[in-house]
Design a protein around this ligand. Structure first.
Ligand code: NAD
Ligand code: AKB
Length: 343
């Protein structure tokens, strides 16, 4: 694919303010920074805004993650004082709030998912209100449910998710809108599809198969998939997700009709189609199926393709990677990573 839209590119450093009497964001605190997204978003933010201007935080110790080349602090987002102290001490003007419990893990511990995903977000928004920070809030295809039109899924439509993860995501979208409408807080966000990446492992979601498959394809030339072969889902390669997360925060606020929960999309495929794309590079690759009813049920309740026209129109969103580009890049980078680790 690799044909970028003519819209909001990160190449020229945007010089406008956010409409909230602040210059370019330059002191950024990231929660949940050691996860699948943070491991790639933190280095990208540091490259753009300066290594010392991005504080990575998480509830667990950093044991050598890619985001370890800069400030790191333990912060539990369900503890409002700790969050407030970290934001204040770092003089953060922006928070990327990534801390979360994903869909499959969330079904094993629904109240924990509620506490972290919704409680953590409420505390983050409140600290941001007191400290005057902009906030990036990621939502997900999981914010939709079985009564949502699945293909394409409009920007504004029926949601009614049936997982606790989805319940917290749709409530989080509303909470983010509320803080903007009620307090003028600069909240923004996107609905990520299932994300595929090679740096950090996925955190226990339903789309994890689309990452695991690459590890097993390289190591064993075979993979047993927990979703049915024809389960179509919306997916995205991490470089596109990272760029979207930064572009939406740099968008001119006067162009935004929506602020939170922008649908973004790049590619849609089934496990069978992903296996076929991998076979172009590893002809002997064998895919087997051992379906997990929990994750199959979750996947069937999610959209197959998001309509991302609002993001395209309002801030120039355009993906760079399609299925073919993503598979080639994943295999090449993961081979190098596993060879480097002696695996
Ligand atoms: P992840 O599970 O890989 O990482 C989440 C991080 O949050 C972990 O490092 C974990 O240690 C941390 N964490 C958990 N509880 C915490 C707490 N109480 N305080 C502080 N940190 C805590 O998740 P991810 O894939 O990096 O997801 C980041 C965001 O993107 C989440 O909001 C997620 O819902 C959203 N999202 C991700 C995907 C995907 O495919 N990865 C898709 C859609 C949306
Ligand atoms: C999950 O599967 O839970 C996540 C997501 C799509 O939000 N990857």
């Amino acid at each position: 694919m690799k044909a970028r839209g003519a819209g909001n590119s990160l190449a020229p450093r945007i010089q406008q303010n956010h409409g909230f009497e602040r210059e370019l964001m330059k002191r950024i605190l990231v929660t949940g920074a050691l996860g699948q997204v943070g491991s790639e978003l933190v280095p990208a933010l540091r490259q753009r805004y300066g290594q010392q201007n991005v504080l990575a935080t998480d509830i667990r110790e950093n044991d050598g993650a890619p985001s370890d080349e800069g400030p790191f602090q333990l912060v539990d987002c369900t503890k409002p004082e700790a969050l407030h102290d970290a934001v204040t001490a770092f003089a953060a003007d922006t928070i990327y709030h990534l801390a979360a419990i994903l869909s499959a893990v969330g079904e094993a511990a629904p109240l924990k998912a509620y506490e972290v995903n919704l409680g953590g977000l409420a505390h983050t928004l409140e600290v941001a209100r007191v400290r005057g920070c902009a906030v990036f809030i990621p939502s997900s295809i999981a914010a939709f449910g079985p009564s949502t039109p699945p293909d394409p899924t409009p920007q504004d439509t029926i949601q009614r998710p049936t997982t606790m993860y989805g319940v917290t995501k749709v409530a989080g979208e509303l909470l983010a809108d509320y803080y903007f409408l009620r307090y003028g807080l600069d909240t923004r966000g996107v609905r990520y599809p299932g994300l595929i990446s090679y740096l950090a492992p996925p955190g226990g979601g339903t789309t994890d198969y689309a990452v695991e498959i690459f590890y097993e394809a390289i190591r064993e030339e075979r993979y047993t998939c927990f979703l049915k072969p024809d389960t179509r889902l919306d997916m995205m390669y991490m470089p596109d997700a990272v760029r979207a997360s930064m572009e939406v925060m740099e968008a001119d606020p006067s162009d935004l009709k929506h602020r939170n929960a922008f649908n973004i999309a790049a590619m849609q495929f089934t496990p069978d189609e992903l296996a076929a794309a991998i076979r172009h590079h590893i002809p002997g690759f064998v895919m087997e199926y051992d379906v997990d009813p929990l994750r199959q049920g979750i996947a069937e309740s999610w959209p197959r393709r998001l309509d991302d026209s609002a993001a395209r129109e309002e801030w120039g969103w355009a993906p760079e990677y399609d299925l073919e580009d993503m598979v080639a890049d994943m295999l090449s980078n993961l081979r190098q990573k596993l060879a480097g680790a002696g695996v």
